[in-house]
Ligand binder design. Structure first.
Ligand SMILES: *[C@@H]1O[C@H](CO)[C@@H](O)[C@H](O)[C@H]1NC(C)=O
Ligand SMILES: *[C@@H]1O[C@H](CO)[C@@H](O)[C@H](O)[C@H]1NC(C)=O
Ligand SMILES: *[C@@H]1O[C@H](CO)[C@@H](O)[C@H](O)[C@H]1NC(C)=O
Ligand SMILES: *[C@@H]1O[C@H](CO)[C@@H](O)[C@H](O)[C@H]1NC(C)=O
Ligand SMILES: *[C@@H]1O[C@H](CO)[C@@H](O)[C@H](O)[C@H]1NC(C)=O
Ligand SMILES: *[C@@H]1O[C@H](CO)[C@@H](O)[C@H](O)[C@H]1NC(C)=O
Ligand SMILES: *[C@@H]1O[C@H](CO)[C@@H](O)[C@H](O)[C@H]1NC(C)=O
Ligand SMILES: *[C@@H]1O[C@H](CO)[C@@H](O)[C@H](O)[C@H]1NC(C)=O
Length: 434
């Protein structure tokens, strides 16, 4: 019972902290506008989209950014991106603007766009890597020429009400804010120039805005107990249970079953958890000074290849990762001294692609951890992670009392891994009050 309360309490605690990610407190997407010249009727700006999120990337079909003009601005021209709709430009004679809509919606160009439409850091179909995975690929940029707009930093009006799809919903953007102008170094690094004016927009992600249900679940097993703790039933919602496909179905030989849909609606293999992704953590071996765990990620969505996937795991022993065998690994130090969270991701050209559901729809690796004699134990499910995120979304863990446990170790109802000092105090209060 106490466990239930504790679990509920934490669920509640985390669902209240909207758009704040304790594992990545500075994670955001920043859209920066640098005005590089004033024109006869407006300005030319370079817009840079930086994904500063450590472990959340933007997958294909990429970002979509929208805003509302303050006055009657139009877009004369764009390089490196395009507005999805031109809108009503019937008032214009001669040169017709690229977009006349009050609220333009902009997407990146696809790879291989004509040379004269390209711009540096453009044309990746809106795909942005996670900052922690590949900072160089975490940036996208385009140039926009705005007309019928202010022509000086006193008269220009900032665009408003920015929106962003990444490509999933879940991002909320703040207002544009004038910031100190960006400085640019010339390629030979011998001269510095600066933007005429710069404004920033910051967008933050909240999983609770993005989707009603989690999109992944976690299962456990161990060498010391033959119980396999599977994902909780309906961990990702069972509303679509009648639309899933059995793994032995004849449908699977139908051409086109793997064709992604425009709206990204998944086609799931039937499972009791109905999650597109399952993460399995197996405590594999115990040595004198080390222990070893195996991690496997399985894709149950027939319509999705996950490119540049990320897996974030929180476990107290991740401060002593000795070797990770076939994934790349990077610690995420979010509390300064507490170093218990790390990001696993695929190796380039080897397993950075998690294929659609089916025989190749899984990736796996092993982790070797050095024991810290003070804290190491296999009791009370210590060998299993506290939190798991796939592609930046938190996965549902099995209930703590179902973890495989050490034979002959009485399972005790102690609070599970007290974590944050402040919340631990509250937690104890609740437990005793109960
Ligand atoms: C956005 O992220 C950057 C980089 O982590 C950080 O410097 C900045 O303060 C963040 N902005 C906001 C508004 O959180
Ligand atoms: C506008 O430009 C003038 C110089 O042209 C500068 O002195 C002023 O600080 C600028 N204001 C803003 C808000 O950037
Ligand atoms: C921006 O959104 C706010 C709140 O939704 C609304 O009141 C305002 O009119 C919008 N501004 C524009 C220019 O659409
Ligand atoms: C504006 O955004 C850029 C990243 O594009 C960032 O480096 C800069 O610190 C931001 N400025 C402010 C004041 O947040
Ligand atoms: C996944 O990638 C493979 C190989 O590139 C391709 O044949 C398949 O159609 C892709 N599946 C989806 C759902 O995009
Ligand atoms: C965090 O742990 C990793 C090993 O997983 C280690 O390489 C890194 O130096 C540690 N960082 C800190 C600040 O302790
Ligand atoms: C890793 O474990 C060893 C042995 O217990 C310990 O001396 C060392 O401080 C640990 N390293 C970290 C980063 O905690
Ligand atoms: C293995 O763990 C389960 C709990 O998940 C427990 O019921 C069972 O008794 C354990 N097996 C042994 C041999 O201790």
């Amino acid at each position: 019972m106490r466990f239930l309360v504790v679990t509920l309490f934490f669920t509640f605690l985390f669902s209240c902290i909207d758009a704040y990610d304790p594992l990545d407190p500075n994670g955001n997407i920043t859209i920066k506008w640098d005005v590089i010249s004033w024109t006869a009727d407006g300005y030319v700006a370079v817009v840079t989209v930086n994904n500063f999120q450590m472990y959340r990337h933007i997958m294909s079909p990429g970002w979509t950014i929208g805003w509302t003009w303050d006055k009657k601005e139009v877009i004369w021209d764009m390089k490196g991106a395009q507005a999805t709709e031109q809108g009503d430009c019937s008032k214009f004679k001669g040169t017709i603007p690229h977009c006349c809509k009050m609220n333009p919606t902009v997407v990146d160009l696809l790879p291989g766009a004509p040379y004269n439409q390209q711009f540096s850091n453009c044309c990746r179909g809106g795909v942005l890597a996670a900052w922690g995975q590949d900072p160089q690929a975490a940036v996208s940029a385009f140039q926009v020429s705005v007309g019928q707009a202010g022509t000086s930093n006193k008269t220009v009006k900032l665009p408003q009400n920015f929106t962003m799809l990444g490509p999933v919903p879940g991002y909320t953007c703040g207002p544009a804010k004038i910031v100190p102008p960006t400085a640019f170094l010339t390629p030979d690094r011998r001269r510095k120039t600066q933007a005429l004016m710069t404004w920033n927009v910051t967008c933050a992600y909240s999983q609770f805005l993005a989707q009603k249900h989690p999109s992944c679940c976690v299962s456990f097993s161990s060498f010391y107990n033959e119980t396999i703790t599977s994902c909780p039933s309906c961990a990702c919602g069972c509303e679509n249970k009648n639309k899933c496909v059995k793994s032995d179905s004849k449908l699977l030989s139908v051409v086109g079953i793997n064709t992604p849909r425009k709206d990204n609606v998944p086609l799931l293999q039937c499972t009791h958890h109905m999650c597109p992704i399952r993460v399995h953590w197996h405590v594999k071996a115990n040595y004198k000074d080390y222990w070893r765990a195996k991690v496997a990620i399985t894709n149950f969505n027939y319509r999705m290849n996950y490119t540049q996937w990320t897996l974030v795991v929180q476990h107290p022993n991740l401060n002593n990762v000795t070797q990770v065998f076939s994934f790349d690994y990077k610690p995420l130090v979010s509390y300064g001294s507490i170093n218990d969270t790390g990001m696993f991701y695929g190796m380039k050209f080897f397993n950075e692609l998690l294929m659609e559901a089916g025989p190749f729809g899984n990736v796996q690796s092993e982790v070797l951890l050095q024991k810290d004699k003070e804290t190491f134990t296999f009791k009370q499910g210590w060998g299993f992670p506290w939190k798991v995120y796939f592609n930046g979304d938190e996965c549902t863990l099995p209930p703590p009392d179902s973890y495989p446990f050490l034979p002959n170790s009485a399972y005790s109802n102690q609070p599970f891994f007290p974590r944050f000092t402040a919340s631990t105090v509250i937690l104890f209060l609740i437990v005793f009050w109960w």
